[in-house]
Structures are given as structure tokens and as C-alpha cells.
Design a protein around this ligand. Structure first.
Ligand code: DGT
Ligand code: CA
Ligand code: CA
Ligand code: ZN
Length: 590
């Protein structure tokens, strides 16, 4: 965590505590300041050393906040914040992780019931105490109770989009150490799960100590959790990073083992047993000549587990091949039929990041994006895409303030897109992101939708509606004659809100019928549709679109998260609309 992140987090905590104690306006000022401190290019400690005025140069940071920043950098604490913490000794982050519980609620429940933690919140709700507090009712209490398990899990798992850059940084750092022969991520991060418990790394080397030391010395490691002989763990950006070191000739077996999932490994190991072979993290062994059936059991030490004649283990592909299987892409390793498919040689040829030829869902400064049509389109061209689609927000429910476009604005944007396209090397199509209201209707009129090249339709409001209403709503939207892509179908935000829970089978059946593509929104906060949803869509024969929903050029680089999520759903390039050429895309849109 950089000092800027650290200071921003403190200002945000300040804002929450102020809000919880009933202070108005100030919390908003603190949150805006926090955002700008976080985004500020120069290190905050440098500015603080120059004094308050230098800190106050940051946009939206006034004198009062600047003096607190300087106080923090100089003394390690902010007196007023310490006082607030004493006044309100609550686990703010844990409590506000519950959907529907904001800082104000935390303040009220602390005052009335003394609730400070998630466990206490749960106990109070179960005892029916919350509905007795003024301003709260039975419905609120029930909602709180329903949302606690989600919040608990969210506190324990890191979003893929937050963990992956940390893993990538660790990978390239370790790859540069002399003693490292190879290094790979494994565990859930190699499987590209949408949330990560911890980051697992595997190094092949004949050395041990220098590699453990390299990890604990890693500049991005905030703390060492454990430093052993063959393994080490550190904390970086709030996530645990586990490193294991193995001999180079056992790297493939270890990689297979530590990539998981556990369920996949059980299925693969059973295949080994069927062949009189034994698979563990040291290799694949022929045990047909080993007398003692218990030799090398799971409780034995490492040497005893290297039992019989070794038939594979140096490479991961070699392990699978020796078990008469095609190598299984990590994204599929969840024991959902991939072992059988690999044995039958029937694994799909999964879509690859290089297969994408354009992005079908992007924003500009015409709505809530930060960049012009031409800037976004040029950024797409620079990434090697063959076309680019602009889909700003239409006005409607769930769209903040005045940022969505009404029919007249959409019409003028058509001309602006055509004009911008002249300065860009690839064709730029004009689309819109229309809002699916709670009933599945649209606030933009049909004539306007019909005139556009492409319509992405997404839910932005009423995301807590029940499953039946959600299904009806999405089915209705998907069937709308002008809708081409169902954008972020559930509206979930990973670790923040669960989103809609529709009958997925019904939605994908409607999508197949109506020739509407299902989006995998690659924004790492969304990854929506998720792998399971994609799998249902692919099996039903639906078309998938992998879009970034970028609001800035650099967000176009999030596409990889979407592609790997689509791979978790067994999607092949042929299933993906924006893996097609412009002509292929156009014929789908007809
Ligand atoms: P996570 O970290 O909760 O997101 O999930 P994973 O899959 O990364 O799990 P983790 O970090 O506990 O372990 C990484 C992989 O190592 C796991 O997917 C399978 C393998 N593994 C670790 N410990 C065991 C074990 O005791 N038994 C088996 N069969 N596999 C294990
Ligand atoms: Ca892990
Ligand atoms: Ca682990
Ligand atoms: Zn969007």
C-alpha cells in the first residue's frame, strides 16, 4: 500500500465516523479529498514535508484536511480521528460491508444497542432487537440478517482484479532472481476465480533460502507471516501471498497439485489409482510393484511419498498425458465435467485474450466517462482492435444525475461519433447502454434504439428484486427487438452486493431465441455474467460478448479478466461475438 492509499483510507474512515455521529456535508468533503489523494501522482509524504500549502494543492483538499494529513505524516496519528475512534469503537468496514448498512446505521445501532462487530450485529438481529430501534423495522432487520453471510465472505476474500496485479508483480520480481528457474502462480488465482482467498506462487529451484529471503525482502511485502525452509508467506496490499519452492524436476507435479481445485485433484487422483499409479505433489508414480499398500500415504514424509517408479512430474502437461488426458486449462479445474472431457479429447478450444477484435461496451465524456469519443476509439485501435463501439448511458433509472443521454442527445452523438471516426484508424460504431427498468422496459424510445448500430441493455436499479421478478425483467429485455447485448446481467458488485438472482436457464433460453448476446462484463468489480452463467449460456447455444465497460483508456486492459471468466464458462472463440470480424459482428446485429 502506498502512503497515498494509506492516507486516503484514513480520510475515508474519518468520513464514515463523522457520518455515523450525525455530521452533515463534511463526510462528502473527506471522501472527495480521499479519492484525489489516492489518485494524486506525487507521494503524499513528500508534499506533507513541504507543508500544508503543498498538500492543499491537491484538488478538493482544503486547508483543514491538509493540516490533518501533515499531522498524520509527522506524528503517525490524527488526534481528532483518535477521538472519534474512541467515541465510536466499531468495526466500521466489517459492519458497512453488510448491504443496507451505512455509517449512519452503524452510529444508530451503536448508540441504541452497543453493536460494534458483525457478530454482535447478527446476534442483535436474531434477537429481534434491531426492529425495536427507532427508524428501523422488521423488514430492515430481516434484510440485515439475510445480508450478513455475504458480507462475512466479502471480508475474507479479495477480488481477482485486486489480487491479480499483486500476483503479477510478485511473479516478475521472482522471475528476475538468479536462483529461480521457473515461477508460476497457482491456486485460485491461476484458475481466475472471481475472488481469491490467498495468492499462491510456486518456484522451481535447487536453492531454498535465497528464495525465501527474496520474498520476505520484496519491497511490496508489508509484513512477513512465515519464513520456513521450503515455503514462505507475506502480506501484500492486504492479501496473503504463499510461496512454495520445489525441485525443478518436480515442478509440474507441484503446479498441478497446488493449482487445485481440491475437487479437480480428487477426480484426477482417482484416475491415477485406476491405473495403478499414485499422484501427489512430488510426481506421478507407478506403484504396481510396491508391496505395502500404505506406502507413501498422505501422512508419510516427503521421501516416503516418492514411492515406486516415477512416470511424470517435471511438466504439468506430462502429468495429464500420462493419465491419458488432454491438459486441462486451469480455469476449468472445478470438477464440473472437465476430467471426463479431457479423457475423451473433447475439451473446447477456449477463447483467448488475443481473439478479441473489439469492445462492444465503452463510455465517453458524453456520459460518465472521462475521455472523448476519439480518445477512447484511438486507445482501442492502439490495442490492435479492428473496431470500436461507443455505448454511453441512456438516461433512466439508476443512472446518476444528468449523465445519461436523452433521445436528442443520442441523435447528436451519432454525428459526433461519425466525425470522431474520421480521426481514428478503425471503424467506430454508435451504440447505447440502455437501462432495463424494474419491469424490463426501456426509458429510451424504440425509434431511437432502432437507429443505433448496437444496443447494450443493462439493469442499474431495483437490483434487490425477487428472483421471479428479476427473471421476467431480464427475459423481457432480452426479447426486445432492438436489444443486441444483455449487459452485466445481474448487476452484482463483487464483495459489495449480490445483484439479481434470475433463473439463468430461462434467461439464456430467451437470449438464444431472440439472438441477443450475454455480456461478460470484464470490469473486475463485476465479472458479470460469471463463469457459471456463461457455462449455461454456452451449453444452450447462446452468444457471449466480452466487454470492458471502460470509462477510461486504461480500463480497456481489463478485457483479460472478462476473457478468463468466459473461459471458466467453457466459452470457445466461436461463442464470442466480439471475437468475430466486423462483418461477422454486423451480420449478428442485423
Ligand atoms: P483460495 O485461496 O481460497 O481462493 O483457493 P485455492 O484453491 O487457491 O486454495 P488454497 O490456497 O488453500 O490452496 C491452493 C491449492 O492447493 C488448492 O486449490 C489445492 C491444493 N491444496 C492445498 N492444500 C491441499 C490439501 O490439503 N489437499 C488437497 N487435495 N489439495 C490441497
Ligand atoms: Ca489460494
Ligand atoms: Ca494458499
Ligand atoms: Zn456501461
Amino acid at each position: 500500500m502506498s502512503r497515498n492509499d494509506e492516507v486516503a483510507a484514513l480520510l475515508e474512515e474519518f468520513a464514515d465516523l463523522l457520518e455515523a455521529t450525525g455530521v452533515e456535508y463534511k463526510p462528502t468533503a473527506y471522501r472527495r479529498a480521499a479519492e484525489n489523494v489516492r489518485e494524486h501522482a506525487a507521494p503524499i509524504e513528500g508534499l506533507a514535508a513541504e507543508g500544508e500549502d503543498a498538500v492543499a494543492e491537491i484538488d478538493r483538499v482544503g486547508d483543514a484536511i491538509a493540516s490533518k494529513v501533515v499531522e498524520y505524516v509527522e506524528t503517525g496519528e490524527i488526534e481528532e480521528l483518535e477521538e472519534l475512534r474512541e467515541e465510536l469503537p466499531v468495526d466500521m468496514a466489517g459492519l458497512t460491508a453488510v448491504e443496507g448498512v451505512g455509517p449512519k446505521t452503524v452510529g444508530s445501532l451503536y448508540e441504541a444497542l452497543g453493536v460494534t462487530t458483525l457478530d454482535e450485529l447478527e446476534a442483535a438481529a436474531e434477537a429481534g432487537e434491531i426492529q425495536e430501534v427507532s427508524g428501523f423495522g422488521a423488514k430492515t432487520e430481516e434484510n440485515i440478517l439475510d445480508n450478513i453471510p455475504f458480507a462475512r465472505e466479502a471480508r475474507e476474500r479479495t477480488r481477482l482484479g485486486d489480487a491479480r496485479p499483486v500476483a503479477d508483480a510478485a511473479l516478475s520480481y521472482l522471475a528476475d532472481r538468479d536462483a529461480v528457474e521457473s515461477v508460476e502462480v497457482c491456486g485460485s488465482i491461476r484458475r481466475w476465480k472471481d475472488t481469491i482467498g490467498d495468492i499462491d506462487l510456486l518456484v522451481a529451484s535447487d536453492a531454498r533460502e535465497p528464495i525465501v529471503e527474496a520474498l520476505t525482502d520484496w519491497p511490496e511485502a508489508d509484513a512477513t507471516i512465515e519464513a520456513g525452509t521450503g515455503k514462505a508467506s507475506v502480506r501484500a496490499s492486504g492479501t496473503r501471498v504463499d510461496l512454495r519452492i520445489v525441485d525443478p524436476d518436480e515442478f509440474g507435479a507441484a503446479l498441478q497439485y497446488f493449482t487445485g481445485s481440491r475437487a479437480h485433484n480428487v477426480a484426477v487422483r482417482n484416475r491415477a489409482i485406476d491405473r495403478d499409479l499414485k499422484l501427489n505433489e512430488y510426481g506421478l508414480f507407478d506403484v504396481s510393484d510396491v508391496d505395502d499398500a500404505d506406502a507413501g500415504g498422505d501422512d508419510a514424509d516427503a521421501d516416503a511419498r516418492r514411492v515406486g517408479e516415477r512416470v511424470a512430474g517435471e511438466t504439468e502437461a506430462g502429468v495429464y498425458e500420462a493419465l491419458d488426458m488432454d491438459p486441462v486449462p486451469p480455469e476449468l479445474r472445478e470438477d464440473n465435467g472437465e476430467v471426463e472431457a479431457a479423457a475423451a479429447g473433447e475439451l473446447p478450444l477456449l477463447v483467448d485474450p488475443d481473439d478479441l477484435r473489439g469492445d462492444l461496451h465503452t463510455h465517453t465524456d458524453w456520459s460518465d466517462g472521462g475521455f472523448s469519443i476519439a480518445e477512447m476509439a484511438r486507445a482501442a485501435a492502439e490495442r490492435g482492435y479492428d473496431y470500436h463501439v461507443v455505448t454511453d448511458h441512456a438516461a433512466g433509472p439508476g443512472i446518476f444525475g444528468n449523465t445519461g443521454l436523452d433521445e436528442d442527445e443520442i441523435e447528436s452523438q451519432a454525428a459526433a461519433v461519425a466525425e470522431a471516426a474520421e480521426s481514428v484508424d478503425i471503424p467506430v460504431l454508435h451504440g447505447i447502454e440502455a437501462n432495463i427498468d424494474a419491469d424490463g422496459d426501456f426509458s429510451t424510445d424504440d425509434e431511437t434504439l432502432a437507429a443505433l448500430d448496437l444496443v447494450v441493455a443493462s439493469p442499474h436499479s431495483a437490483l434487490g428484486q425477487d428472483a421471479e421478478a428479476a427473471t421476467d425483467r431480464l427475459v423481457r429485455a432480452v426479447k426486445h427487438p432492438h436489444v443486441d447485448v444483455l449487459g452485466h446481467p445481474t448487476g452484482r458488485l463483487i464483495n459489495e452486493r449480490p445483484g439479481l438472482e434470475p433463473d439463468v436457464e430461462a434467461v439464456v433460453a430467451a437470449a438464444v431465441d431472440a439472438d441477443t448476446a450475454i455480456e461478460v462484463n470484464a470490469n473486475p468489480a463485476r465479472l458479470d455474467a460469471d463463469g457459471e452463467f456463461v457455462r449455461a449460456a454456452v451449453e444452450a447455444g447462446a452468444t457471449i460478448a466480452v466487454n470492458t465497460d471502460a470509462h477510461a483508456p486504461r480500463e480497456l486492459d481489463n478485457a483479460r479478466y472478462g476473457v478468463h471468466t468466459a473461459r471458466r464458462g467453457w466459452a470457445a472463440a466461436a461463442d464470442v461475438l466480439n471475437a468475430r470480424s466486423l462483418n461477422g459482428l454486423r451480420s449478428f446485429l442485423l
